[in-house]
Design a protein around this ligand. Structure first.
Ligand code: ZN
Length: 146
């Protein structure tokens, strides 16, 4: 079995990093402060390995989930796609203990709806930590302006 990791390439339209592209969505990392890609930071630094209570984020599953959402605009397991804040259009993709908040937009530069992932974090409890929600909203605002 080959281990699949999230493939990355630069978007020719906006310069952001594309994590998956399909008939329904282009999944990109939002631009955080300083143009940072916090999805890459999460997947590269693997902060879940540092947790005392062991959790495992399966990177092959992350890639598969992103691909499925890009192809279909939906996920087969409904609970893998959650609303975080409907008033601002913030949702999240869930992959095991990993969470990727996102918002979506359409513009003339991209052929299909763009999904912008704000960052990644590992969820330990049932509640989304308010800190992560605030962070997602702040990055969303920054990304919209850049
Ligand atoms: Zn783009």
């Amino acid at each position: 079995m080959t281990v699949q990791t999230a493939q990355r390439r630069e978007c020719p339209a906006c310069g952001r990093t594309i994590y998956a592209q399909g008939a329904a969505r282009i999944i990109e990392a939002a631009r955080a402060a300083g143009g940072q890609d916090l999805v890459d930071e999460y997947l590269t630094k693997k902060p879940w390995l540092l947790r005392r209570k062991k959790v495992r984020v399966n990177e092959a599953d992350v890639a598969l989930r992103f691909d499925e959402y890009a192809r279909t605009g939906s996920l087969r397991v409904p609970l893998e796609l959650n609303d975080l804040d409907v008033t601002v259009g913030l949702r999240e993709i869930k992959v095991g203990p990993a969470r990727f908040p996102f918002y979506e937009l359409t513009d003339s530069e991209h052929a299909v709806t763009v999904t912008r992932l704000t960052h990644g974090f590992t969820k330990g409890t049932d509640q989304t930590p308010p800190r992560e929600l605030r962070r997602a909203k702040a990055i969303m605002e920054l990304d919209r302006q850049s």
